[in-house]
Ligand binder design. Structure first.
Ligand code: NAP
Length: 257
C-alpha cells in the first residue's frame, strides 16, 4: 500500500520520528502522537517542509479515553489508512545488578502493550466497516525469547506480537492488513541506554526504511536483522537449560532514562 493518512505514536523522536520523515510527501496526512509537544512540533515542521500535512496529539498512550477521542476525531476528519503503534519504553536490570522492580515493569507493560491496544481497538470497527487500511505494530525481536535482563520489556513485546498475529489472521479476510514488526537493535535514545553488546545494530534511518518497504509490499511480518530474529526464535526450540545458557550471549544492563 501507499499510505496517505497515517497515525504514528511515539513520533517525537527515534524510529517514530524517522518513519514520519520518510513517509512525508505532498498528499500525505500525518497524525503525530507523543508527550513532548516541542519535539512533535519540530518533527511536524520537518514533515511539512517535505510537503506533508500534519496534525499533532500531545498525550500519553496510557490515557485510553483521550487517545480514542483524538484518533476517532482524526478519522472523522480524514479516514485513516495506516495506524502505527510505535510508542515504547524500556526497563531492565540496573548497572548495579538491581532488578527492574514492580513499578518499572508495570509501566513498560502499560505503555508498550496496553498503549498499543488503546490506539488500535477504537479504530478497528472503522477500518473493518471500510474493508481497508493497515495496522502496524512495532514489537521487537525480544518478543521471540525472554532475555535475562529485560523481563517486562520481553513480555510486553511478546504480547504485542501475539496480538498482531491474532489480528492479522482475523482481519485479513475482511480487507484490513496487519504488519507485525520486530526490529533488532537500531540507534536511538532507547538503545543508547543499553549497556552491553548491540549485535547487528542499524541506523534509525535504515530501520525505518525496512518498515516502509514492508508496508509498501503489504507484508504481514517485518523482522530485521533476519539472522537475529531467526537465532532468537531458534532458542525457543532448545531445552530450557540450554536456551537459558545461550541467552546469556545477549546480556545487557539498562541505565536510568
Ligand atoms: N531502539 C531499539 O534498538 C529498538 C529495538 C527493537 C524495538 N524497538 C521499539 O521501537 C519503538 C521505538 O523505539 P525508539 O528506539 O525509537 O525509542 P525512543 O527513541 O526512546 O522513542 C520512543 C518514543 O515513544 C514515545 N513514548 C514513550 N512513552 C510514551 C507514552 N507513554 N505515550 C506516548 N508516547 C510515548 C516517546 O515520545 P515522548 O517521550 O514524547 O512521549 C518517543 O517518541 C519502541 O516500541 C521500541 O520498543 C526499539
Amino acid at each position: 500500500m501507499t499510505p496517505k493518512s497515517i497515525i504514528i505514536t511515539g513520533a517525537s523522536r527515534g524510529l517514530g520520528a524517522e518513519l514520519a520523515r520518510q513517509w512525508a510527501a505532498p498528499g500525505v496526512l500525518l497524525g503525530l502522537i507523543g508527550r513532548d509537544a516541542q519535539a512533535l512540533a519540530e518533527i511536524a515542521a520537518a514533515c511539512e517542509a517535505q510537503g506533508a500535512t500534519t496534525r499533532i496529539g500531545v498525550l500519553d498512550v496510557r490515557e485510553a479515553g483521550a487517545l480514542a477521542e483524538l484518533v476517532l476525531g482524526w478519522d472523522d476528519a480524514a479516514p485513516l489508512d495506516l495506524v502505527v503503534a510505535n510508542a515504547g519504553i524500556t526497563s531492565g536490570t540496573r548497572p548495579d545488578g538491581g532488578l527492574e522492580g514492580h513499578e518499572a515493569a508495570t509501566r513498560v507493560l502499560a505503555v508498550n502493550l496496553q498503549g498499543a491496544v488503546n490506539l488500535v481497538e477504537p479504530l478497528l470497527p472503522r477500518l473493518l466497516a471500510r474493508g481497508a487500511g493497515r495496522v502496524a505494530l512495532v514489537s521487537s525481536v525480544a518478543a521471540f525469547r525472554g532475555l535475562a535482563d529485560s523481563p517486562a520489556y520481553c513480555a510486553s513485546k511478546a504480547g504485542l506480537w501475539a496480538y498482531g498475529e491474532s489480528l492479522r489472521a482475523a482481519l485479513g479476510p475482511r480487507g484490513v492488513g496487519v504488519t507485525n514488526i520486530a526490529p533488532g537493535f537500531f540507534d536511538s535514545a532507547m538503545s543508547r541506554r543499553f549497556q552491553g553488546r548491540h549485535p547487528f545494530k542499524l541506523s534509525t534511518e535504515a530501520a525505518a526504511a525496512r518498515i516502509l518497504a514492508a508496508i509498501a509490499r503489504d507484508s504481514g511480518r517485518c523482522i530485521f536483522p533476519r539472522r537475529m530474529g531467526f537465532s532468537l526464535r531458534l532458542l525457543e526450540l532448545l531445552p530450557a537449560a540450554l536456551a537459558d545458557r545461550a541467552t546469556r550471549l545477549f546480556r545487557f544492563k539498562v541505565t536510568e532514562g
